[in-house]
Design a protein around this ligand. Structure first.
Ligand code: SF4
Length: 485
């Protein structure tokens, strides 16, 4: 569908003044009592009013340019305004294989909504693109059930996908739709990758991910769980059994923490903490089922400034509420709020829920008692020096500012590293920087002739939508290559 710009007759001035139609959000006190999603979904009439604020910017619209997947947002919004909700859902589906997920976890404030003309206009509030996308996709599921779409006749070609996270799911679906037989290997007991094992359910309900996996299974994609390629089966073996291999292994290894005392009881790495706090037993890796939810104490510190840190903060607040403790969770970050890389909306949600923040603060060591339990943390104040390679000002310790604070729980959300296993166990697979797979950004081709790769395992931790974009590019190249065999 292309936009008929010339025939549009809309009063852009009136639209620029139309007030935003917010989506209802649960009160902080209520949402602390559970781990489920906190936003409602638009109803049809309010969605139409919100979509009618869009002034249908000329092609290429800034919102579409800012979307990593290039979603045709103006057309979708026009259709929503006209009440053609299912058609709008299909516009999102043309470019995004997981619109129900992107609409929930994309940082729209930095992408489509951050670029929306309305954001800087009289009204000063961008169109609620993510919430409108979520509305039409959920409506489509309610009306049509799981949408299967078209699958081309079988080609006789077989593709292995390593990793069942966003990149693996996107590549698997795209290749299956071209008629190839697709088998997805994943180390966890359930497909979904970080959508199940990383992002908390209060941002993305596990049901939504399970539903997507059901769709992929119904398309004929085979999932092989509990199988870590490089340990349980080699990449070379997959290359011999399949015509092509796509590696979407993600970056899910907690960054190493070398401070004194990190082995104390009460000090967690974010990865394990989030799985234990948020994943239901039925989906958890067996080794973590017995441990149950992570006990948090009365005084919690989370170290880090990204979205994972905020996920840990908000999970800790819910766990404290479960234990009927007074809320006392502090996010300590070594720069200031202005340099924080995480999503502003999630930070605001954390603040509403009771999170405290300590800026320009870093740990020096973790202090324990004779029983090996965390009792305190030595902190140091920082100041900002010259910009580093990332362009952000470098945090510099203020000598003499060390002090010890009481704490019984510390969570280290210092970022994720790639899993180096594939590179270490596969002769000829080129990697760099702690195990990132070297791959062409436009085609996903690696140093091995029938192996492609994309997603966080290639770029390092990034957005779900950028991982999907890379996977779709690689899937196109795989299909082109298989078609020529
Ligand atoms: Fe509509 Fe905003 Fe996109 Fe312009 S930038 S087309 S106003 S959503």
């Amino acid at each position: 569908m292309t936009r008929d710009w010339a025939s549009l007759e809309i009063d852009r001035k009136a639209r620029a003044h139309a007030p935003v139609q917010p989506v209802a959000k649960q009160a902080a006190d209520e949402r602390l009592t559970h781990f489920e999603e906190i936003y409602s979904v638009y109803d049809a009439e309010i969605a139409r009013i919100e979509a009618a604020r869009c002034i249908q910017c000329p092609d290429p619209a800034p919102c579409q340019l800012a979307c990593p997947l290039g979603n045709d947002i103006p057309t979708a919004l026009r259709l929503i305004e006209e009440g053609q909700f299912l058609e709008a859902a299909n516009v999102f589906r043309q470019t995004s294989p997981i619109p129900e997920i992107c609409s929930r976890v994309c940082p729209q404030e930095r992408l489509c909504e951050g670029s929306c003309t309305h954001g800087g206009g009289v009204c000063n509030t961008p169109i609620q693109i993510g919430k409108l996308e979520k509305f039409v996709i959920e409506l489509q599921y309610a009306v049509e059930g799981i949408p299967l779409g078209q699958v081309a006749p079988d080609t006789g070609r077989r593709v292995a996908v390593i990793g069942a996270g966003p990149a693996g799911m996107a590549a698997a679906e795209a290749l299956r739709r071209e008629g190839h037989a697709v088998t997805v290997y994943d180390a966890n007991p359930h497909p979904g990758g970080l959508l199940i094992y990383g992002i908390p359910a209060f941002k993305l309900s596990k049901d939504r991910v399970v539903r997507k996996i059901e769709q992929l299974s119904a398309l004929g994609i085979t999932f092989v769980p509990n199988t870590r390629v490089g340990r349980d089966i080699s990449l070379q073996a997959l290359c011999e059994q399949f015509d092509a291999v796509f590696a979407g292994v993600g970056a899910n290894v907690d960054a190493p923490a070398k401070w004194e005392g990190v082995e104390l009881d009460g000090v967690y790495q974010a990865g394990e903490f989030l799985i234990r706090a948020n994943v239901p037993d039925a989906l958890k890796p067996e080794a973590l089922v017995e441990d149950g939810k992570p006990p948090v104490g009365r005084r919690v510190f989370v170290f880090g400034g990204g979205d994972t840190a905020m996920d840990c903060v908000r999970s800790s607040l819910r766990l404290q509420r479960e234990q009927e403790y007074p809320l006392d969770v502090t996010c300590a970050y070594r720069r200031t709020e202005g340099e924080m890389p995480g999503c502003r909306v999630e930070r605001a949600n954390a603040r509403e829920e009771g999170a405290k923040f300590a800026w320009l603060t870093a740990p020096v060591r973790f202090v324990g008692d004779d029983a090996g339990r965390l009792t305190g943390i030595e902190l140091i104040q920082m100041t900002l020096g010259e910009p580093d390679a990332s362009g952000r000002r470098r945090p510099v310790p203020l000598e003499g500012s060390e002090h010890i604070v009481e704490a019984d729980t510390a969570i280290l959300a210092l970022g994720y590293w790639p899993d180096p296993l594939l590179g270490k166990t596969t002769e000829g697979l080129e990697t760099h920087d702690w195990g990132l797979i070297s791959a062409d950004p436009l085609t996903g081709r690696t140093s091995l002739p029938n192996v492609w790769a994309a997603g966080d395992g290639v770029t390092g931790p990034d957005l779900v939508s950028t991982a999907v974009r890379g996977a779709l590019r690689a899937a196109r190249d795989i299909h082109r290559t298989l078609s020529e065999l």
